[in-house]
Design a protein around this ligand. Structure first.
Ligand SMILES: Nc1ncnc2c1ncn2[C@@H]1O[C@H](COP(=O)(O)OP(=O)(O)OP(=O)(O)O)[C@@H](O)[C@H]1O
Length: 612
């Protein structure tokens, strides 16, 4: 964050990229800033050093007008030519020395204060991200989309600006303003007192216009963000826009948005122009006023020319100090809002936690998965997603879960992975209950391949190794890819270093599924949870995926949410779900013969495949 002290009132916020978090809501009070104390405390040494430089730099700045005044008066005395020159040289040397000292101290203050701000921001960001990763999907489902990321980026940036710049700016402005006022009164209490009464009067219009500018500025930025989002959406779906010939309509709505941005900006510019006018008149007018009153005092013999110089400089300090405080106040309130939101996440307790005494998972890893009369609903207001659900997947068994949409199949997986805990009933692996052990140990017993085959931007190596429970060699990765029928195409794309594009988009659907299977295979967990993709694959891909599933299932207990007849046929048992319950169980043939829900589903869903 840049130090803003050197900028004048009319170029702050006017130039450069949009400040991070400009549109984030402000806090209602500064109280939440106290929540940052644990982070500040960690670097208390740094705070102390920064505070020392801050105070000393502010005090050294206050000596400059005094020395100037002394220099001016020294030049007035009835000294001889050589003496006079000598005195002038001496005083100007003092002023220069004070200026250099102030420069050095300010640089050191800037370094330590900014370093402190950045340090706390880095700590806070790391803690927030780690907390966000530990919070359950329920928390993430309830927080507005993008909000978690905003807290990690924009809010932390606001706190960083506060600690690394605004707090120091405010402290030293208060120091130098109070110091300047005292010095004004000491120099000449009548003139000082008169000016002191005038400063708040002059500040009023500045603060009033400042408020208008901030309002207009926020509006312009919101409009700009809306227009940007609209443009991004259209450009992201450029194929669709062009295919439907929607370029003109899209252009028209963007033009409207761009014009609105312009109008909002115009309001802000106009208000700022008035601000520049008011500030210029007040500054210059103020200076002229002081000079006038001062000149009269000097003429009357109530004041020396040096004291007048001193007074003008201190008045300038005090005037700009008030202006700066009004500006910084907004940043402080914004940081308070950010601190409130950031700590709200930090104080959140993860819903899924390890118990006080952890039962270790079974060492022999047979993979015996049991659901014992499980009842579960997502929220208090939601209908139960699983009702009295009991299922026993024996070691090495291959069980296919089928059922209509919304039956609760994915919920079974979520509970098995302990992303949620049931309201009643138990889930066990090899006789150890999920709630009795550590979530990480529990989840290490499962290899999960989701329907979407979500892959991460990066290389094949990174994506497959993602599944591993510890360090893994290239040889093991290649073995897993080979078993998942993924190695042949990956090899052509550059092997383990193959870049699979953003979210794996440079692979075909079938290829993505096989990389996801390789990721599950490398895990060497006793239970495989596989959510089969619903999208159709050509028969060659289908064959390869089937082969990969067969290999993956070998030697493990496998639970598959099955959509393909070929997968279902492979199952030792088919479990049919409807409305959160198991309604039928058996082999394909017995279930078809029974003529129940499965028979109907099979007729609708699998007819085409069966005909092949
Ligand atoms: N996060 C959630 N919050 C609230 N309700 C949910 C949530 N996820 C699922 N449900 C509800 O729980 C029920 C079971 O959903 P689930 O996703 O397990 O069904 P499914 O059998 O996997 O369906 P599909 O085959 O369409 O994926 C549905 O009624 C669904 O609306």
């Amino acid at each position: 964050m840049s130090d803003t002290s050197s900028q004048t009132v009319d170029d702050r916020r006017e130039t450069g990229p949009e400040r991070a978090g400009e549109n984030r809501p402000k806090g209602r009070s500064i109280k939440p800033l106290a929540l940052l104390w644990p982070y500040v405390k960690r670097h208390i040494g740094l705070v102390f050093v920064a505070a020392v430089f801050l105070v000393v730099a502010a005090l050294s700045a206050l000596t400059i007008p005094y020395l100037f005044g002394q220099a001016v008066d020294a030049g007035q005395g009835g000294q001889s030519g050589a003496q006079l020159l000598d005195t002038i040289d001496r005083y100007f040397f003092y002023v220069l020395a004070a200026a250099v000292a102030m420069g050095i101290l300010s640089a050191l203050r800037f370094y330590f204060v900014s370093r402190f701000g950045e340090r706390v921001a880095a700590d806070l960001r790391t803690d927030l991200y780690s907390k966000l990763l530990s919070l359950s999907p329920r928390f993430h489902a309830n927080i507005r989309s993008g909000e978690a990321v905003s807290r990690l980026t924009a809010d932390v940036s606001l706190i960083e600006t506060f600690l690394g710049s605004s707090a120091s700016l405010a402290t030293r402005t208060i120091l130098s303003t109070v110091g300047a006022i005292i010095m004004m009164l000491v120099t000449n209490w009548q003139l000082g007192g008169t000016l002191l009464l005038m400063i708040p009067l002059a500040m009023f219009p500045v603060m009033f216009i400042g408020r208008i500018i901030r309002g207009a500025s926020n509006k312009a930025q919101t409009k700009l963000a809306d227009a940007g989002a609209q443009a991004a959406e259209a450009l992201d779906a450029i194929e669709l826009v062009q295919a439907y010939g929607q370029e003109k309509q899209r252009q028209a709505s963007f033009t409207t948005a761009a014009e609105e941005v312009f109008r909002a900006a115009l309001k802000r510019i106009t208000a700022r122009a008035f601000m520049i006018l008011a500030v210029s008149i007040m500054l210059l007018g103020g200076m002229v006023g002081i000079l006038w009153l001062g000149a009269r005092s000097v003429a009357n013999g109530n004041m020396t020319p040096g004291e007048l110089t001193q007074m003008i400089l201190y008045a300038f300090y005090a005037g700009s100090g008030f202006g700066m405080l009004a500006e910084v106040w907004g940043e402080v309130m914004r940081a308070a809002g950010a601190a409130d939101r950031a700590t709200e996440i930090l104080n959140e307790r993860p819903e899924i936690r390890a118990p006080a005494t952890i039962v270790p998972t079974a060492p022999d890893h047979r993979g015996h998965l049991v659901f014992d009369r499980v009842n579960f609903s997502y929220g208090q207001a939601d209908a139960p997603a699983l009702k009295d659900f009991s299922l026993d997947v024996r070691p090495g068994e291959f069980v296919a879960l089928v059922g209509p949409s919304g039956a609760g199949k994915s919920t079974v997986f979520r509970l098995a992975l302990r992303l949620f805990d049931p309201q009643s009933g138990r889930i066990l692996v090899d006789d150890v209950a999920a709630t009795d052990t550590d979530p990480a140990l529990w989840r290490a017993q499962f290899a999960y391949a989701p329907q979407e085959s979500a892959l991460f931007t990066g290389t094949a190596r990174e994506n497959i190794a993602f599944g591993a429970l510890g360090a893994v060699s290239d040889k093991q990765l290649i073995k897993a890819a080979t078993m998942a029928e993924a190695w042949r195409f990956l090899e052509e794309k550059g092997g383990l270093d193959a870049n699979i594009g953003q979210k794996g988009r440079s692979l075909s659907g079938g290829q993505r599924q096989r990389v996801a299977l390789a990721r599950a295979l490398v895990r060497e967990a006793p239970i495989l949870l596989l959510d089969e993709a619903t999208s159709a694959l050509d028969s060659e891909s289908e064959g390869l995926v089937q082969k990969a599933i067969a290999t993956a299932a070998e030697g493990r207990s496998t639970l598959v949410i099955a959509h393909r007849l070929s997968t279902i046929r492979r199952a030792t048992r088919i479990v049919v779900m409807d409305d959160g319950r198991i309604v039928e169980e058996g082999s394909h043939d017995t279930l078809v013969a029974k003529g129940g829900l499965y028979a109907r589903l099979a007729e609708m869903q699998f007819a085409a495949a069966a005909a092949e």
